[in-house]
Each structure stands twice: as structure tokens, then as C-alpha cells.
Design a protein around this ligand. Structure first.
Ligand code: AMP
Ligand code: GLY
Length: 437
């Protein structure tokens, strides 16, 4: 039986742990809080900080795993895979030098440009404010300013959305410049975003079903941006507004970026390569890359993985993905997150929630909740992910929504994610964009 060291403690890691265990592994978890779902499935559970390399190292030496799986972006960017490799433990997660694919947006934009790969919008990396105003104006006041580095999803500001005018745009760009010594300004892309995740062994990739996440806090895509309020995937592994051609283009970008990364750094990317794409009037464009599973997207794809997950992880590490057929069930999935009232700006934390018995056909994954003697306590972030799996998106949505209603306390969720109304509005938007209306 394989032993796996799992690092992280959110709903993403809960589903990773569940899928490893289903594949016959023993899971040993290192997390910063006590996730009740992971505690239940783990052989051992150590509570420690994500930056506490000493504690992580001691736990890894005690567990002596066959391999490690690192869930969240921060420890990956900080080089936990490098630290574990020094102990002779290989990880499903990239080494620090190739983890820059996520941790440095300018690195990735420059890489894609240098190797002549499609998908970049018009962009420029600035090291001083020289020429910034001119570049902004050249983009027709339709631009995005991106801080360079991991900002917990809060470093990107979009004109017309977060930045009212040129003065605000320039002020934010200067703020980013002062913080990191550089800032990216790029063309604002208009269309439908989608996540295309893949397993990558450094050379070959195996695609997962495409998923659409919902970043805004409230129904109708209103309110502030969040880590993601929920997501869905379709039985054909495309999305209702995407064609096979769109997916093929996005997959080609991922493949070429994996090759370019190796040429540029001499280091193979072994882990989850996650492309954030947008389908626009002029084709598929690249928003960003992540070096890990998406959260919530992991909850859409892992429950329908038909290939033994331990075998997939071993193939990633050994560079053997080409000889392993990786298959997913042809099912629709809808994931909805229960979050504290007031999330994300003023979340009510420290309050207890109760969970009524769940139907057997629903998956429940714990995120930012702490198992305390007083009960299951909310923290300030997303609390529980509920996933419905069915033959149609509509049926999967009903399962997920019904499950959300069984969680009681000062919480809310987006009732529109996965509904026919919202999906039809996206299909209509894409049709209009493509026909130039
Ligand atoms: P990121 O942190 O790169 O995922 O960006 C966060 C969000 O900002 C994305 O999910 C998009 O909604 C938005 N965004 C980033 N880059 C662009 C762009 N070039 N055009 C339009 N929206 C963007
Ligand atoms: N769902 C967005 C992310 O994981 O970055």
C-alpha cells in the first residue's frame, strides 16, 4: 500500500485525499487547521504552519511517504517540493523554479511570448512608470493591471470594474510597482472564462474535463470577487459555450508551455498544470496559469476520475503519462460553496454551523471550518463545498442546491450556479461575441 504525504487542508485537499484513498493509498496530512473530512480519512494528521518547513520536514521524515501531494499555491511557490526532494521524497507539484508559472505572471507572459506560443493579450511589463500612461491609452482605456506575485486572487484590477478611470489605473500600477519592482499592464479580454486543468509529467499532459468557476460573490455575477463560489462541468467534458476546437487550442497552449518551461529552466514541470483561459471573439486567449488544482474545480473532476489516482500520480513523477490512459466519467458535475454571511468583505467567523444528514448521492467537502468542542466552526473563508453528479448539468445542480439547504447557520450560497438560466445567458453572450453583434 502506497503512503502519500498530503499538504493542505481545504476542500481541494479533502477531495485529493479522498481520491488517493479510493485508489488504495494511505494518506498522511499536514494542514494548518483541523479539517474534519481529512482527519477522518487520514492515518495521521499534523497541524502546522505552511511556512514552518522544520515541522513539515519532521513530519515527512516520520511518515516516509512514497510521494507527496502539495495542494495549495503558497507552499508550492515557497519551494516545499524542493525541500522534500532533498529528503528524497518526490512530489506531485512543481519545483520552485517552474512554479513561477503561477507565482510570477510576468514570467509566464514573457515565456509565452519568447517561445511564440499563441494566447497572450497585448501586454507590457513595466519596471518604472515611464510610458505607462501612453500604454494605457493605447489599449483604449480597456486594460488590466496585475501585481506580479501571489496575491490570494486579489492582485488583478480591471478597468471599468475596479479601476474607474486612467488616474485610478495609474495609481494602482504605481502601487504594484512599489511593492514588487514590476507590474504588468495588459489588454482587457472580453468573453467567457474557463479552467482547463491537466496532469503534466514534464513532457506529456493528460487533460481533465473543462470547468467553469464563478468568482463573484452573489447571484447574477454581482458583488466582489472571491476565491470561487462554485463551478460546473458537462458530460462531454466541454462546456456549453465551447467547441472541441476551443479545447484543442487551449490544450496546445498547455503542451507548448510545458515544453517551453523545460527549455527555459532545464527543469520539468511535474504536477497539475492549470490554464485559466477565456473564449473571446478572436479565439481562445490565456488569462493565467496555475501550478496546482483549482479550488473549487478539483471537486468537479476528481470524483469522476475513472483511472486509479495513485497510478496517475506515479506516472506524473516517473514521466510515464504517455502510457497511462487517463479517463473521466461522462457525467455532469455542479459544485456550490457554502460561505459565511458577509463573505468575502466582512465574513461572520467563529460561529457554529450544523449539517443535516446528506443524501448518499451528494459529495461534501470541508474547506475553512474547524472541528472544535463547540461544534463545526466557521472561519473567514469558504466553508463547505457540495457537489452533485448526474447525467445532466440541470440534475447535478438540483442535487448540489438541495444539499446546500441542509447546512444551517449564518451562511449563504449562489443558487444560480449551474442553472439553465445562467448557462443560457453565457451561451448567448458567446454567440453574440462570435457573430460580432
Ligand atoms: P488572475 O489572478 O490572473 O486569475 O486574474 C483574476 C481574474 O482577473 C481573472 O479570473 C479574470 O476574471 C480577470 N482577468 C485577468 N486578466 C484579464 C484580462 N487580460 N482581461 C480580462 N480579465 C482579466
Ligand atoms: N478557482 C480558481 C483557482 O483555484 O484559482
Amino acid at each position: 500500500m502506497k503512503k502519500v504525504l498530503l499538504i493542505g487542508n481545504g476542500a481541494r485537499e479533502h477531495v485529493i485525499g479522498e481520491t488517493l484513498k479510493k485508489a488504495g493509498a494511505q494518506v498522511f496530512t499536514y494542514g494548518k487547521v483541523r479539517n474534519p473530512g481529512l482527519i477522518e480519512l487520514s492515518e495521521d494528521y499534523f497541524v502546522g504552519g505552511m511556512r514552518d518547513f522544520g515541522a513539515m520536514r519532521d513530519f515527512a521524515l516520520k511518515v516516509k511517504p512514497d510521494f507527496a501531494f502539495i495542494g495549495p499555491d503558497d507552499p508550492i511557490a515557497d519551494g516545499v517540493a524542493d525541500m522534500l526532494l532533498e529528503l528524497d521524497i518526490r512530489s506531485v507539484a512543481p519545483l520552485k523554479t517552474v512554479a513561477r508559472l503561477e507565482s510570477s505572471k510576468s514570467f509566464t507572459r514573457d515565456l509565452v511570448k519568447k517561445y511564440g506560443i499563441a494566447g497572450n493579450p497585448d501586454f507590457k511589463v513595466f519596471f518604472s512608470d515611464d510610458g505607462m500612461g501612453e500604454f494605457l491609452r493605447g489599449l483604449g482605456r480597456s486594460y488590466v493591471v496585475k501585481a506580479d506575485g501571489l496575491m490570494g486572487g486579489k492582485g488583478v484590477k480591471v478597468s471599468g470594474d475596479h479601476l474607474a478611470d486612467e488616474t485610478e489605473g495609474l495609481a494602482y500600477a504605481v502601487e504594484c510597482l512599489q511593492a514588487a519592482g514590476r507590474v504588468i499592464i495588459e489588454e482587457k479580454l472580453v468573453g467567457q472564462e474557463f479552467s482547463l486543468m491537466s496532469f503534466c509529467d514534464g513532457v506529456d499532459i493528460a487533460l481533465m474535463p473543462a470547468v467553469q468557476d464563478h468568482k463573484r460573490a452573489f447571484n447574477g455575477d454581482k458583488g466582489p470577487n472571491t476565491g470561487g463560489m462554485g463551478s460546473y462541468s458537462a458530460p462531454d467534458h466541454l462546456l456549453p459555450f465551447l467547441s472541441q476546437k476551443d479545447i484543442d487550442k487551449a490544450a496546445e497552449i498547455i503542451r507548448q508551455v510545458a515544453a517551453a518551461l523545460f527549455k527555459e529552466t532545464g527543469c520539468e514541470f511535474k504536477g497539475i498544470m492549470y490554464g485559466g483561459f477565456i473564449a473571446t471573439a478572436s479565439g481562445v486567449k490565456l488569462i493565467e496559469f496555475n501550478a496546482r488544482f483549482g479550488d473549487p474545480e478539483a471537486m468537479n473532476v476528481l470524483p469522476i476520475l475513472n483511472t486509479n489516482f495513485v497510478h496517475v500520480c506515479e506516472a506524473i513523477i516517473e514521466g510515464d503519462l504517455a502510457s497511462l490512459p487517463v479517463k473521466f466519467e461522462n457525467k455532469a458535475t455542479v459544485c456550490k460553496y457554502i460561505v459565511p454571511q458577509g463573505y468575502p468583505d466582512n465574513p461572520r467567523k467563529g460561529e457554529v454551523i450544523t449539517i443535516e444528514e446528506m443524501p448518499a448521492d451528494v459529495r461534501m467537502y470541508y474547506a475553512s471550518v474547524d472541528q472544535t468542542p463547540a461544534g463545526l466552526m466557521l472561519s473567514s473563508s469558504r466553508a463547505v463545498g457540495l457537489v452533485g453528479i448526474a447525467d445532466t448539468i440541470e440534475a447535478a445542480e438540483k442535487l448540489a442546491a438541495g444539499a446546500c439547504d441542509r447546512i444551517k447557520g449564518p451562511v449563504f450560497y449562489r443558487s444560480d450556479i449551474g442553472t439553465a438560466g445562467l448557462i443560457e445567458s453565457r451561451v448567448k453572450m458567446m454567440k453574440e461575441l462570435r457573430s460580432g453583434v
